[in-house]
Design a protein around this ligand. Sequence first.
Ligand code: PLP
Length: 395
Amino acid sequence: MNKSVYLDNNATTYMKKEVLDAMLPYYGEYFGNPSSKFYEVGRIAEKAVYGFRKTVADAIGAKINEIYFTGSGCEADNWAIKGIADAYRNKGNHIITSSIEHHAILGACEFLEKHGYDVTYLPVNEYGIVNPDDVEKAITDKTILISVMTANNEIGSIQPIKAISEIAKKHKIVFHTDAVQAIGHMPVNVNDLGVDLLSMSGHKFHGPKGVGVLYIKNGIRISNLIHGGGQERGKRAATENVAGMAGFAKAIEIAAADLDKNMAEMERKRDKLIKGILEKIPYARLNGPVGEDRLCNNVNFSFKYIEGESILMMLDMKGVAASSGSACASGSLDPSHVLLAIGLPHEIAHGSLRLSVGDDTTDEDIDYVLEVLPPIVEKLRMMSPLYEEVLKAQK
Ligand SMILES: *Cc1c(COP(=O)(O)O)cnc(C)c1O
């Protein structure tokens, strides 16, 4: 059998069997529309949705009526940015975010810039971390929203959310965080973090794709992004994706229950991978923080003198699934905005590789990658004119 090692868990995760089992009844026997309360199958669905909402609320320390299901993490992010911008327009038109956000946040902010809003994109330090002092300095009397992600999806940098939320509170500014990468990888509690809004996405923690949640603290005003029926307390129209909600709830329940054990295991494998790469591959640069400021499952390296895409292709031939530092999702070969934001020059950002471990990653998987990756990098470098110069200069 061909070897297959999946190390792209920051992109998506496999769906757990228990999650699928929790979903299936709502595609079958319990197919009812939760809004159809005049008959049994509708009421069953309505009751089920209540339970799923409660499970999600409990997992992050929220109240049931603060949980709003969406169609994705991207939708939750777009809703937070555009919905707050619109609802607080009479107060001001200035938004503060960071330069390393997911494109869902950056794209929503760029959209708002075309509609009369001003956006400050905060810089990060060399490890990809926002300085809370910079947040405070950027605040003006027109600032209505601050949005900084809990943890970055490319280099795993965990942001000082608590410190930023205290600043936001002091200045009475609404604070949103994109916690899509955080769930299942670090403790997430809305009260500890002190946030007003928080985005999540099911498929990043072994739930289904196409289901997200936006936590909206009671008392925060927000305009609708999706208009139509009165679902989600009148704030987000669309007949409920009951099976998706069932899957999301089951996945977050498991993620919360297994968090400590999973974090410790993933961290150990992450560090084994980092140590092995640094030992075996010269001119390798670890991108992102070391230690506890780093997501437990993220590894990101730049290998000088070669292209990330070439590494991916050769890893794929060895059965290893990984990701590069280019924004290939957007169909461009531009280097990642995150790697540029931490100060990497274009040519080094281009040679980047992200390996993200999961709860199913084994020690054999790590050993296998440490066996196949060094010769791949070596082979690609042998074809690189730049590397030839380096070798020549050494002689
Ligand atoms: C994956 C991801 C999203 C988007 O979530 P989808 O459900 O895929 O739309 C948003 N933010 C971050 C940080 C992500 O990693």
